[in-house]
Each structure stands twice: as structure tokens, then as C-alpha cells.
Write a protein that binds this ligand. Structure first.
Ligand SMILES: NC(=O)c1ccc[n+]([C@@H]2O[C@H](COP(=O)([O-])OP(=O)(O)OC[C@H]3O[C@@H](n4cnc5c(N)ncnc54)[C@H](O)[C@@H]3O)[C@@H](O)[C@H]2O)c1
Length: 341
């Protein structure tokens, strides 16, 4: 470990957490020196694998471990509270998506980041490929003309066994359903490209053939702040699980995305080829951990470099809030219970 390495305290050694730990091992400029999980065996196993100190309580880790930053991979409804606690303890915070599911807690977290001046970042790996970042720049620069429509479709599959494996999954308090968990990537992509949603005109959610509280199927019609309109359709009932698709079109052109790949980008009268050349990254439409991890690696590197260079992260707390705002507007319109309480 080099003196200049960012010393990381890691929280939540479960499914995606173990993937983060592997990525940290090969991320230049970073070293995991402490790990924390409420399940002692998980913390102990990760501590042994990565030569780190084991904790079963975040507060204790923040007090005792010699760390500069935390990486949080716990259930979604814990992200804001834990990140806020870390910032209050003087540590930079990176959290898995969503930044939380409850807007009040997210607002408190963002205010804490502003006040402390510490870095706050949220993983949204669909934002991380050169082509998708260029597409975003061009759309934000008005190159598709006046935006008319932005829509996203999430046709994924999760069996009952996935939900039954962990008691936080599919709950209104800690997770939400297809939109709060799997679909939040697509809501982020939609709002990152088409801008924030001003209002949801229609929303319907239903839990189909799964024993969970939250929805496995959702449809909504949204109006964006730009005036564009569009559709959100998401499900985890669609066997065997197809990819995601986000489509944006304006008066001068159109764009289409599948995960972090650009599948089409056309502007009338111009030759712009942004379609992604490499093979499509793995995706999690059928299997939660079959996702490609290139976006994660790029974003985790961005986090440590932002700390060392004292610059903004590429996906901040404020950036990540927009998708959760859209999610909550859909829930409200559908008459669903509030999330994260
Ligand atoms: N970016 C992605 O593509 C992606 C993929 C999978 C999961 N995720 C997100 O990552 C988060 C974790 O998902 P998962 O599937 O790995 O869940 P998981 O249940 O497999 O892992 C969560 C871990 O957190 C631990 N934990 C729970 N409460 C804790 C606490 N108070 N303090 C410390 N540890 C605690 C659990 O014991 C468990 O080991 C979720 O928010 C999920 O949305 C993101």
C-alpha cells in the first residue's frame, strides 16, 4: 500500500459488496483497510481475504479505523443514513445505487455533503462509457433539437427465490420493487438524458406472482421539465429477462441506449457514429450478479481520483437524487405507500 492511497472502510459484504471488494483490489490509489457487516462471519471472511480489520458496526468502524472514505453496499434504505453518518465523521462517501429511496433522508445527506465539503458519490454504472457520456453531452447541448419524448423499458426477471433470500428485498421500507431496485438505473438514464421529470400524469403498479410488498410491474406516463413526455415500463416478471432500453427523440434526431451502450444515435443531416463497438457488457436482466463491472471500476476510480485531485465526482448525490425523485413521483401518482419509512 502506498502512502498516497485512499484508505477505505467498506460496509456491506453481501452480493454486490463482494464484487466491489474485488474491484478495490485492482483500483490504483485505493486500499480497503476496514470492512463492516452486521453478519460477523461475512465481515470476518472479507477481512481475511483483503487483509483488513473487521467490524460489525459502522459507528465503531468510523471511530476506530484509520480511514478517509467509506464505500456502502448495504440495503438501499440504509444508504443515506449511513453516508450521512460517515460524512459527519469526516469521511468521504461512495454508495451503491439508489442513493436512498427516501427523499427527506437524501436531502439531509446532500446538505451534509455541501456543509462538510466532503465527496459524495453514488454508483450508476450505466453513465460510464465514453460513448454514453458523449451522447449525454450532445443531448444536453440541444443537438437532438426540442426534446419530444423520453421513454425507458425494463423487462427483467427475478424468481421468488431471489426475493426470499434476503428479508429487505421488495419491502417499502428498505428497497421498493422493480422501479426502486432494478429499474432505478433506467430512471437515472432517462432523467440524465431527458432531464428531470416535472410531473407524472399516470401511474399504475402491481405485484404479480411474487410474495413481496412492492411492485413487480409498473407503467407510468411522465412529463419532463423540458416539456417532453414519455413512458416508463418496468417488470421483473418477464422470463427469461431482456435488456433495458431507453429512447430519446427530439425534432432533429434520436438516441437509443441499452445499459451503458449506445445502440443508435442519429442527427438529421449529420454523420455521428456513437454506437458502441465493443461487445455489450454483461447485464443483470436475468441474474443480479451477471452484470458487467467495467462501469463500476471506472466509477470507483473516479471517486478516489476526485478525492486526491479535489474535484467533483462524475455522479454526485445531487445527480443521483433525480432518479429517486422520479420514482417517488410515480409512487405518489400510483397511490403506493411512501418509500423508506
Ligand atoms: N449497481 C448495481 O448494479 C447493483 C447490483 C446489485 C445491488 N446493488 C445495490 O447494492 C445494495 C446491496 O445489494 P446486495 O444485493 O448486495 O444485498 P445483500 O443483501 O446481498 O448485501 C447487503 C449486505 O449488507 C449487510 N448489512 C445489512 N445491514 C447492515 C448494516 N446496518 N451495517 C453493515 N452491514 C449491513 C448485510 O448483512 C449484507 O451482507 C442495494 O442497495 C442494491 O440496490 C447495485
Amino acid at each position: 500500500m502506498a502512502d498516497s492511497d485512499v484508505r477505505i472502510g467498506f460496509v456491506g459484504c453481501g452480493g454486490i459488496g463482494n464484487e466491489h471488494l474485488k474491484i478495490w483490489q485492482r483500483t490504483p490509489g485505493a486500499k480497503v483497510v476496514a470492512v463492516c457487516d452486521v453478519v460477523p462471519e461475512r465481515a470476518a471472511k472479507a477481512a481475511e481475504l483483503y487483509s483488513a480489520e473487521a467490524f460489525t458496526d459502522l459507528t465503531e468502524m468510523l471511530k476506530k479505523a484509520d480511514i478517509e472514505a467509506v464505500d456502502i453496499c448495504t440495503p438501499s434504505g440504509l444508504h443515506a443514513e449511513q453516508s450521512t453518518e460517515a460524512l459527519e465523521a469526516g469521511k468521504h462517501a461512495l454508495t451503491e445505487k439508489p442513493i436512498d429511496i427516501n427523499l427527506d433522508r437524501i436531502d439531509k445527506l446532500i446538505a451534509t455533503a455541501d456543509r462538510t465539503g466532503l465527496k459524495l458519490a453514488c454508483i450508476f454504472q450505466y453513465r460510464f462509457s465514453p460513448e454514453i457520456q458523449r451522447a449525454h453531452q450532445l443531448i444536453q447541448g440541444g443537438r437532438l433539437g426540442r426534446l419530444i419524448s423520453g421513454s425507458t423499458y425494463i423487462k427483467w426477471f427475478r424468481a421468488q427465490s431471489y426475493y426470499s433470500a434476503d428479508d429487505w428485498r421488495g419491502t417499502y421500507r428498505l428497497d421498493g420493487g422493480v422501479l426502486g431496485n432494478q429499474g432505478i438505473h433506467s430512471l437515472d438514464q432517462l432523467c440524465w438524458m431527458a432531464g428531470p421529470v416535472a410531473e407524472v400524469d399516470y401511474a399504475y403498479i402491481e405485484t404479480i406472482e411474487r410474495d413481496i410488498e412492492a411492485e413487480t410491474f409498473a407503467i407510468a406516463v411522465c412529463r419532463f421539465e423540458s416539456g417532453a413526455r414519455g413512458v416508463v415500463e418496468g417488470t421483473t416478471n418477464c422470463f427469461p429477462g431482456f435488456g433495458t432500453r431507453t429512447e430519446i427523440f427530439g425534432t432533429k434526431g434520436s438516441a437509443s441506449f441499452d445499459g451503458n451502450t449506445v445502440t443508435s444515435f442519429r442527427i438529421e443531416g449529420e454523420e455521428i457514429d456513437l454506437t458502441t463497438k465493443q461487445d455489450k457488457d454483461g447485464d443483470a436482466s436475468s441474474d443480479p450478479l451477471a452484470l458487467g463491472l467495467g462501469g463500476h471500476a471506472a466509477q470507483m476510480l473516479d471517486f478516489v481520483q476526485a478525492i486526491r485531485q479535489d474535484r467533483d465526482v462524475l455522479c454526485s448525490g445531487r445527480d443521483a437524487r433525480v432518479a429517486v425523485d422520479c420514482l417517488n413521483k410515480i409512487y405518489q401518482k400510483a397511490g403506493a405507500p411512501p418509500l423508506g419509512v
